[in-house]
Design a protein around this ligand. Sequence first.
Ligand code: SAM
Ligand code: SF4
Length: 337
Amino acid sequence: MTATRGPTAALHDTHGRVATDLRVSLTDRCNLRCRYCMPAEGLQWMRGSEMLSNAEVVRLVRIAVELLGVREVRFTGGEPLLRPGIADMIRRISAFSPAPSLSLTTNGIRLRRHAEALAAAGLARVNVSLDTLDRERFITITRRDRLSCVLDGLAAAAEHHLSPVKVNAVVLRGVNEDDAVPLLRYCLDRGYHLRFIEQMPLDAQHSWSRSTMITAEEILSLLSAEFTLSVVPESRGSAPSEDFLVDGGPGRVGIIGAVTRPFCGACDRTRLTADGQVRNCLFSQHETDLRSMLRQGRSDEDIAAMWRTAMWGKLAGHVIDSNGFAQPARPMSAIGG
Ligand code: SAM
Ligand code: SF4
C-alpha cells in the first residue's frame, strides 16, 4: 500500500494503519513520584526554552487536526495540570474545524481546582490514575501523601461531566494486588470506568522486569475471585483496553495488556512530546524534531509533510515480550503516557 500524498493526506504507515489519535505531552514534570515511573529524587526536567510554548503547542495541534486528519487529542505528561495556561490551550484547540474530541490523562491532584474551567474550555473526558484506595499504600507507590486530593479530583470530574470518568490502575507485585477488588468496587459504585494497565518497561530507572510484572491474566484471576467477568466481544477496536462486563453488567472493567496482549496492529496513535518531538510509538527509538521546524519559520505544509514521514516509518509492533527489546531512552513521563 502507498500513502496518499498531498495537503490533506492523513498519517498513514506502511502497515495500513492511519493515526487519528494524538497524545500531546504538556510537561515532563510531576507532583508525584510513582515508583513504576520515576525515581524518588525526580528527573532532570526539560528547560523552559526546550519546551514548546503554548502557541507552538496550539499550532502543531492545528496542523494535526486540519491537515493530517487527527480527530482525537489527549493531553498528558508528566502531570499536564502543572502546565500554566492549559485551559486556554484547550479552549483554542476546541475551536478548530473539524473540532477534535479532547481528553486528559492526569494524576487528579489538581483536578478539583481545574475541572470546571477545563470543562468550560471544551475538555470532554478525563482519565485519572489511581492504584490504591489505601492511604499508606498510596504513599508507598507515589511517595506523596495525596490520596484524598485524587479522590476529590475524581469527584470533581464527575460533577463537571468530564465523562465517562476513567480510572487507570497499575498493579505491582507484592505492593497493591489486594487493591484490585476494592478499586473495582469503588469505581462501579460511582460509575467510573476502571482499566488495569500492565506495567511497561518505560520507567526512568529501568527497574521493570518481565518476570515480576503482574500480567493481564493474573489481574483477571484476582478479579474473578470476587466478580463474574464476561468479555465484551466488540470492545477493543483500536482501543487498547479489552472490556469485561462485571456480574452481567452494566458495569465494566478494562484490561490493557500492553505487554502480554499487544494491540499494535490496531494502533491509531501519534505522539508529540513537550519539547516538540513526534514519536510514532511509545517504544520508538527514533524521534522527529518539529520544534526546530517551527522555530526556523517553516510552513504548516512543510511541518505536516515531516509528520507524515515520521508516521510512515512506524514499525509493525513493539517486541517487549522478546529478547530483542530495548527500552527507549525517554521515560514514560517525558513521552506522555
Ligand atoms: N501523570 C499523569 C498520570 O499519572 O495519569 C499522566 C502521565 S502518566 C505517565 C500516564 C499513565 O501512564 C498513568 O496512568 C500511569 O499510571 C501510567 N504509567 C506510568 N508509568 C507506567 C509504566 N511503567 N507502565 C505502565 N503504565 C505506566
Ligand atoms: Fe507522575 Fe503520572 Fe509518572 Fe505518577 S505516573 S510519577 S503521576 S507522570
